[in-house]
Design a protein around this ligand. Structure first.
Ligand code: MRU
Length: 341
């Protein structure tokens, strides 16, 4: 089957007047493209993880900002800029943890500011151009992350990954899976163990889907099986993504990443975090400053939106991310091979 959206996870559509995404809540059983025009539709899609993964959230917000700014009717410059500020604030409330969301919105608002003397219609067009640049840069940056990470792999290696930090979490390639894709392009055979990633099963549903689509040898495991594989010596390296990286290198990623890093340290397995520089937040001095999203207990009580599996009066604690201290990370792989914390 031809991948929808020409292999991209998200893009402009309808002459730049809508954001097109693959609805990731339906994968792997249904490949449905959603075309979103209003700020409410775009907000809901990010909030409910129809589009998710830090880089993809940033790109969705950039396209969403450009699309909805294009629909502003006010011809007064000051009122137009006030509406841009409201849009920025609105989209910034979608999800709190992924730095890329805020990075993209700041860049989009900054692009308008830098051209504040232009006509409103020209500003609307340059916002679309800026979002298009972010899309292209995302593809190039993820490819570079892939090249830098592939240098750490040997033919025949088996890696473990958590959540989905592949092409579905970006425009193409992804971050943690980019090294696998680049290695495969070079004819190397890499095996991947994908943690299922409770509660929303991004590993079982999304990582396994996209790896299998590319013909990569993929094995899905429950989250509680990873340490035993490390103990057996099956895993050569762990590759994960990140939602926000603090100035000291502490990295927030999908809940369940931290126990993997602890086990990896114990068993001497290299633990790599792959992320674009736009995921770094110098305003967070350490991981303690990173805001961790808490989501509904319904995600725990049901197995991926199905019927409840828990007693009616149980309580829930559902943080979407955890923070891995820098000391447990072997290396952070970015697009810049010379980058140092
Ligand atoms: O809640 P999600 O699915 O948006 O969480 C995604 C992750 O934790 C990814 O690992 C992270 O965003 C890196 S994606 C390249």
């Amino acid at each position: 089957m031809n991948p929808p959206l020409n292999g991209r996870t998200l893009d402009f559509d309808r002459d730049g007047n809508c954001l097109a995404i693959i609805d990731q809540t339906l994968l792997p059983n249904e490949e449905k493209i959603l075309r979103l025009e209003t700020k409410e539709e775009i907000f809901e899609a990010i909030r409910s993880l129809r589009v998710r993964g830090a880089p993809a959230i940033g790109v969705a917000a950039a396209i969403g900002f450009a699309v909805t700014a294009g629909g502003i009717k006010n011809n007064d410059k000051r009122a137009f800029f006030n509406e841009l500020d409201s849009l920025k604030e609105y989209f910034a409330a979608c999800r709190p943890t992924a730095r890329n969301l805020f990075w993209a919105l700041e860049r989009m608002r900054g692009a308008a500011e830098n051209n504040k003397n232009a006509e409103i219609e020209d500003i609307k067009q340059l916002l679309k151009d800026e979002a298009e640049k972010i899309i292209i840069e995302d593809i190039e940056i993820c490819r570079k992350i892939g090249e830098n990470g592939a240098a750490l792999l040997n033919d025949g290696d088996t890696i473990l990954t958590h959540c989905n930090a592949g092409r579905l979490a970006a425009v193409e390639y992804g971050t943690a899976l980019a090294p696998v894709y680049i290695a495969a392009e070079r004819g190397m055979k890499i095996k991947v163990y994908a943690d299922e990633t409770r509660p929303l099963l991004q590993g079982a549903r999304l990582t396994a889907y996209e790896l299998c689509e590319k013909g990569i040898d993929t094995t899905v495991i429950c989250d509680n099986m990873a340490a035993s594989l490390m103990a057996k010596g099956t895993i050569n390296a762990i590759f994960v993504g990140a939602d926000r990286i603090a100035a000291n290198g502490d990295a927030a990623n999908k809940i369940g990443t931290l126990p993997l890093a602890i086990a990896a340290k114990y068993f001497g397995v290299p633990f790599y975090v792959c992320a674009p520089l736009s995921t770094f937040d110098k305003n967070c001095l350490s991981g303690a400053d990173i805001i961790i999203e808490e989501r509904s207990g319904d995600e725990i009580s049901t197995l991926h939106y199905k019927e409840r599996k828990t007693p009616e009066n149980a309580k829930y604690y559902n943080p979407a991310f955890d923070v891995t201290p820098r000391g447990l990370i072997t290396a952070i792989i970015t697009e810049d091979i010379g980058f140092r914390i």
